[in-house]
Design a protein around this ligand. Structure first.
Ligand code: ZN
Length: 246
């Protein structure tokens, strides 16, 4: 392939822009805020699931409390009714004895229910504390995420502005290169870790950092300036510069 030496030098400018573009893309992908956001999401999911459990047991305990309170009410009303009947005039002594017995066992039953109620209320208090703690944990994680998100968006804004600028620069530079040379550069770049063109400086290929052998140097010296050279070692386009050391 043949290209004007000045055009070949422009390949190095294009390479410099492409390298910056790759660095910006890498920086965009590996922002520390992205890891923080992912970590927050994971932690928030864990807290949310524990919160659902805590809220479920809180609701269960509240239902248990209502049930016990209703039971205590029923027992109390029944005992009141019994006592009213006992206080009435003309109740047979046998019935009074039966009522007395029932009132005693109702009082015992009420005591058991009230003990259970007390226990449930204590558990309810503990469960309420847990729910509250988990809710505040969740809002702390979400606040941390929001902060990281804002920092990420700010960094994205800066990087994207930079990327737009560099992409325009790349388009402008690429537009000045012959299509066949540009196609070769892009192809070589793709298979060589993003570097398609390298300068020959102090007899060294700046793509693979190897110094050219005597015979390779001889070939480079003998080549016409407009011949497009490739590094024998890394196959990148080798661009001769004023500091090639030939
Ligand atoms: Zn090389």
């Amino acid at each position: 392939m043949i290209a004007d030496p000045f055009v070949q030098l422009r390949l190095l400018d294009l390479q410099a822009v492409d390298t910056v573009l790759a660095q910006l893309a890498h920086r965009r992908r590996s922002l520390p805020e992205l890891a923080t956001i992912a970590d927050c999401d994971q932690r928030a999911a864990g807290v949310r699931s524990r919160l659902v459990d805590a809220e479920t047991s809180l609701a269960d305990l509240a239902a248990e409390q209502r049930r016990l309170e209703a039971d205590v009410d029923t027992v109390r009303q029944r005992a009141e009714k019994d006592q009213q009947r006992m206080a009435a005039t003309g109740v047979p002594a046998k019935e009074i004895a039966g009522l007395q017995h029932e009132v005693t066992s109702l009082a015992r039953r009420q005591g058991v229910l009230e003990d259970e109620l007390l226990e449930v209320m204590e558990s309810l208090e503990t469960a309420e504390g847990q729910v509250e703690q988990l809710r505040s944990q969740l809002s702390a994680v979400l606040a941390e995420r929001a902060t990281a998100e804002a920092a990420r968006d700010e960094a994205f804004g800066e990087i994207d502005g930079n990327l737009d600028q560099r992409r325009a620069e790349r388009d402008r530079l690429a537009g000045t290169l012959p299509a066949d040379l540009l196609a070769l550069y892009d192809k070589v770049r793709e298979v060589n870790g993003g570097v398609g063109a390298a300068a020959l400086r102090q007899r060294r290929c700046e793509g693979c950092r190897l110094e050219l052998s005597g015979s390779e140097l001889g070939e480079v010296r003998a080549a016409k300036p407009e011949t497009v050279l490739r590094c024998d070692n890394c196959r990148r386009i080798l661009v001769r510069t004023a500091e090639s050391g030939l």
